[in-house]
Design a protein around this ligand. Sequence first.
Ligand code: GAP
Length: 557
Amino acid sequence: MAEAPLMEKIVSLCKRRGFVYPASEIYGGLNGFWDYGPLGVLLKNNIRDSWWRDMVECPPIGPDGHPIDMVGVDTAIIQNPKTWVASGHAATFTDPMVDDRETKQRFRADHLFGLFISPIADEEIKDVLQAGASTLIAFPYRTVIASSVGEAIDEFKKPKVSKPWQLGDIKQGSTDPSAYGGRATNHKGDERAFFIRHIKLSELKQDASRIPSPFTGNTGTLTEPRAFNLMFETYVGAVRDEESKVWLRPETAQGIFLDYKNIIDTTRVKVPFGVAQIGKSYRNEVTPRNFIFRSREFEQMEMEFFCHPDESAKWYEFWKVERMRWWKSLGVKAENLRLRDHEQDELSHYSKMTVDIEYKYPFTSPDFGELEGIAHRGCYDLTQHQQHSGQRLDYFDQELQLKLKEQGASAEEIKEKSRYIPNVIEPASGLTRAVLVLLCEGYAEDPTRPSPVYMKFDPKMAPIKAGIFPLVNKEGMPEIAEKLYMDLRTKFMCEYDPKQSIGKRYARMNEIGTPYCITIDGETLKDQTVTIRERDTLKQDRVAIEKVKTYLSERLS
Ligand code: GAP
């Protein structure tokens, strides 16, 4: 039997072991909604707590050698609807959407990839890829919905998608690195050149009728792309009319901008400073996909950093470096992360420039997909809210005023320069997407181990830090194990497990990523020591019972 793709194995382990379940599964689920099970919520909370600690409680040291000024908030999910008009979301927070008139299904127009097959035999079209095949083959033979070329390649490799063609080895195009191609054969032995590439929005606008539906392969059934607003609507109070219509927030950021004035007035922060928030956001995604990667309800970890406009470039660079460092501190390998600057035409409506921190997900590989965006929002949001609310949101910079006075600036210059609307640098990441990254990063297989599948979480991030087992359920071992568990649970998330064979207990702990298993055995009865088995190396240490807490503390701090 063919081996299941990596992503399927991860999803299946998540369900089997209680990391992530489809939401409302007993009613058939609801597309784009997920529940975090007993282990998933622990993993998610560990990431959340780590972000909060490193952002709010112990923020990074700034370029001047002092800790950065940072406070946290927790703002309402539903705000006055004027918020979203001012922020631009009501008008422009849209995705281009295409409908298939035949199946009544819809998809995100910028998530379409095409398989292009040369109409002429292979001998006549030698080196078609190098010769610029895209001009020769204008319309795709088949299309699929995918958010990266890696995912599209996987889809097209399925015989039912590319039939009657069988795709041979797929290589990156030498002239067009965004296209991948090779040779295709059919059952008659005909050979053709093929390539796979993203279908541009402009192509869909121009030739919707000649592009095959990703659902049926038929042409002439797709509509032209049109804008679809991603915000969920609901109503406040008993009356359902335009007046009572509100939106669920699509980003946590706006709550921070709305509280900016309150924070300045009630705390001691001074520009430059940051305001951080973690919470749920909602987007009515056209095509939620790839497990918890793109869902309709998700959690974000966002920080708005308010700074002087002249210093914004410096802080943009600072947060780029800082945020990459942070992801690596969670145990994400450097080779699976990269920074990618946004092209001008992909910038959000509020952004002057944005760089994404991307991760190599199993479904994007060999490509990368977004994990976090670091945006330079300029003074867009505060200016908009100032205009729409009529409240002054500029900042009076007392320190700058004094500095200008000392430098002998004129009264007029001092007045003009010491009041300004700060610029904002925003590192914005998905907490639920971070869970996916740690699940993908942790998943490991080694057929030579007694338990061949294990989750190699960084010990600090592991949902359960230690499993405590009596080797057998007699001879006083359960009593000692329980006593040790009662002591360790006050400091670490532990599990006491007296059931099944020791091999099965180890295997389960390995599969859920528990870094240490502590066994009370015959030796314990003689010399008060226990065996501590390390998940990744399978190395066993003999440790005195009274030293176990210190042993774990040293390795988990
Ligand atoms: N305030 C800026 C903002 O919201 P974004 O790039 O749209 O920017 C930030 O979102 C992060 O939120 C993304 O990098 C991603 O990690 C996460 N995110 C966005 N949409 C998501 C979705 N539908 N499902 C899961 N995570 C999502």
